[in-house]
Design a protein around this ligand. Structure first.
Ligand code: GLA
Length: 674
């Protein structure tokens, strides 16, 4: 792996100079200097300009802009330019156009029009990547390769005949024989037995519920297939420029791609994050993605590759970021371990589908633009925060996140539709309201460094993952598991004998039956201390077998039966929630579990975002306030890390932030916030 190191925090944007006449380029570089821009992502959608006809390359314009940027002190994250094949390619090779689940072949007119299996697209994109690498591999401005762009953003599954053929190859490698495939897919059901590999198809539109095991394997294949396409470009780059780091921009919790697997291919993880400024809590939406991105490569520093200066163009209604929000979210990314802040895009387009997407240089001149002023000021501010590059975010608490379980859960025909992200989001929000750093871990992670592991809804749990959790609890860890977890194995087959099949002894409890609530329905549970709190969406007929009951259901045929349990197992503890408590009760439960595991917490007012990071000689306490009411913070013996002065108490107005140095033994319970 080659380390990405710009020698400073990166600051900049996607730069699309091909949309502008030459005169604008010099002005761009001047403005970039004014805004402290030191890195731009260049050429992401330039294929048609770089290769206007098949095999005819035109690099002169890019030579010029690379030199210009370099002279201006701006370094380049250079794209392989393969994200949007030009019309000539799509028309000359019609099979390169992807096919939807309904069999519709998509047409020319937008971006990401490629089938990941198509040999022509693959060969031509790899050739372009090689041409770009050979031409600019030694250019002094080059610092990072940006491969393709947001793989799987628009097309994460292609159902064409070429993909069907590759799917069959993938299945042969996974199962070895048709008998094994028939077993894994449970094809004895509904007369689906396959007698010949040629009969095996992608799960195209079918009359009724498709086979869920087939659907799960299809999602696995689709992620792997696109990854292979990515690898083909990466291989060429590593061959031609072994010393230049490689990345591609991820999309956080993107359903299509198993990023835990993908991230192993990159030299640095990079992500695009667009929380809805009109949403309830943009900082939780963004923070969850920041924490995931850091976790993908085991806590290494990462890059925020794209965010918006203000509004985007792709929601139904696109709210601007109110003054201060862009800065606060940027500081949050830095707190969570980002090595740089980049935007989409540098100069706002006047034509095309993204002309209403904000940028640093907007439609109004910079001197009249609030968005420009905020972006310019942030660029200058970042220069004083360079010491953050030495910080590391560590967590005692992890949320298990598993794309395979997500894919299995997304298959049709379940006890209820239970979208995963809102559930994970609710647990994440509860943990974050206690101030603790949170990592995300895949099911095969080494859990030994964590004190508490939470599984909000881990529907699919392999025997290996169950074994990992068992060993974790046995060794003293605390497991907190939510409902509808551990139901199926890696083939999406139910583990019979009561749920969750493999962890009943660890939980000291077992589930007999599910009782999902109706949409909008609320019920209640009674806690041991007499409190009665609401629960939503899901309930279960839960029995204890050794566990202590923490809460019971109040109503219906399960009234008086356990709802939430705790069990001592080995050196550790396992909590089980058979329902979804509201935010306050979930937070209370998690606080208790954390304290039981010797994890200190703080009780934070709404919107106060706290991160602790380790730095040489101590810790940094990052406080960023996203709430609507001012807060007062008292911490003894701390120093403002930016201005280097003692700060025993401080007040934060909405969207204000503070960065404090605290001693190495600082714990969250020393933080008093009112
Ligand atoms: C993504 C893409 C960009 C742009 C932005 C708009 O992040 O990578 O090219 O389309 O979305 O928000």
């Amino acid at each position: 792996m080659v380390r990405f190191d710009l020698g400073a925090l990166a600051y900049g944007a996607d730069y699309n100079p091909e949309q502008w006449p030459r005169e604008v380029w010099r002005e761009d570089v001047r403005l970039m200097q004014e805004a402290g821009v030191n890195l731009v992502s260049l050429g992401i959608f330039s294929w048609a300009q770089l290769e206007p006809r098949e095999g005819q390359f035109e690099f002169a314009w890019l030579d010029e802009i690379m030199d210009l940027l370099h002279e201006g002190g701006v370094r380049v994250n250079l794209a392989t330019a393969t994200a949007s094949p030009p019309p000539w390619l799509s028309l000359a090779y019609p099979d390169s156009r992807p096919v939807t689940v309904d069999g519709v072949r998509l047409e020319v007119g937008a971006r990401q029009l490629y089938c990941p299996s198509d040999p022509h697209y693959r060969a031509l994109s790899v050739r372009l990547a090689r041409a770009v690498a050979e031409r600019y591999g030694n250019h002094p401005a080059l610092r990072l390769w940006h491969v393709n762009n947001e793989y799987g953003c628009h097309i994460d599954q292609c159902y064409c005949a070429q993909c069907a053929a590759r799917f069959r190859e993938w299945l042969r490698a996974r199962y070895g024989s048709l008998d094994e495939l028939n077993r894994a897919w449970g094809t004895a059901f509904w007369s689906q037995r396959y007698g010949d590999w040629a009969e095996v198809q992608p799960p195209r539109r079918a009359p009724s519920f498709p086979n869920p095991s087939q659907g799960l394997d299809w999602r696995r294949f689709s992620s792997d297939n696109i990854l292979e396409l990515h690898r083909a470009e990466v291989e060429v780059l590593r061959e031609v420029t072994p010393d230049v780091p490689v990345t591609t921009n991820f999309l956080g919790f993107l359903p299509g791609l198993d990023y835990f697997r993908w991230a192993q291919e990159e030299d640095v993880a990079a992500v695009d994050v667009y929380p809805d400024p009109a949403g309830v809590a943009p900082h939780l939406e963004a923070g969850m993605v920041f924490d995931l991105t850091r976790s993908l490569r085991g806590g290494q520093r990462w890059l925020l590759m794209e965010q918006a200066t203000s509004a985007v163009n792709w929601r139904e209604r696109n709210a601007p970021k109110r003054p201060g929000l862009m800065r606060a979210l940027s500081l949050q990314a830095l707190a969570r371990g980002a090595d740089g802040i980049q935007f989409f895009q540098w100069r706002q387009s006047v034509a095309g589908a993204e002309k209403y997407h904000s940028a640093l240089v907007g439609h109004v001149p910079p001197e009249r633009s609030r968005v420009w002023r905020e972006a310019r000021d942030l660029g200058q501010e970042l220069k004083g925060l360079d010491f953050l590059r030495g910080a590391r975010v560590k967590a005692d608490v992890a949320i298990m996140f598993d794309w395979h379980s997500w894919w299995a859960l997304s298959q049709a025909s379940q006890p209820a539709v239970t979208p995963l992200l809102p559930v994970v989001g609710a647990w994440y929000a509860a943990l974050r309201s206690l101030g603790v750093n949170v990592d995300f871990v895949p099911p095969d992670a080494d859990l030994s460094g964590y004190r508490v592991v939470a599984l909000p809804q881990q529907y699919l749990l392999t025997p290996e993952a169950a074994q990992g959790l068992r060993a974790f609890v046995q060794g003293g860890g605390t497991l907190v598991m939510g409902p509808y977890s551990g139901v199926v194995d890696g083939d999406d087959h139910v583990i019979p004998g009561g749920y969750p099949g493999l962890l009943q002894d660890v939980l000291g409890a077992w589930v007999e039956e599910w009782a999902p609530l109706q949409t909008g329905e609320t019920r209640e549970v009674r806690w041991a201390d007499g409190r009665v709190t609401p629960v939503i969406e899901w309930a279960e007929v839960l029995h204890t077998d050794g566990a202590e009951v923490l809460a019971t259901y109040e109503t219906d045929f399960i009234a008086g039966q356990p709802a939430v349990t705790r069990h001592a197992f080995g050196q550790g503890h396992a909590y089980y929630l058979s329902t979804r408590p509201d935010a306050a009760a979930l937070t209370d439960l998690l606080r208790g579990a954390l304290h039981g595991a010797d994890v200190a917490t703080a009780d934070l007012p709404d919107g106060l975002d706290v991160t602790l990071s380790d730095i040489k000689g101590g810790k940094l306490l990052h406080l960023i306030h996203f709430g609507t009411q001012p807060v007062h913070v008292q911490v003894d013996g701390v120093v403002d890390a930016v201005h280097d002065r003692a700060t025993p108490a401080l007040s934060l107005a909405p969207l204000e932030a503070a960065l404090l140095r605290v001693p190495a033994d600082f714990t969250l319970d020393q933080l008093v916030v009112t």
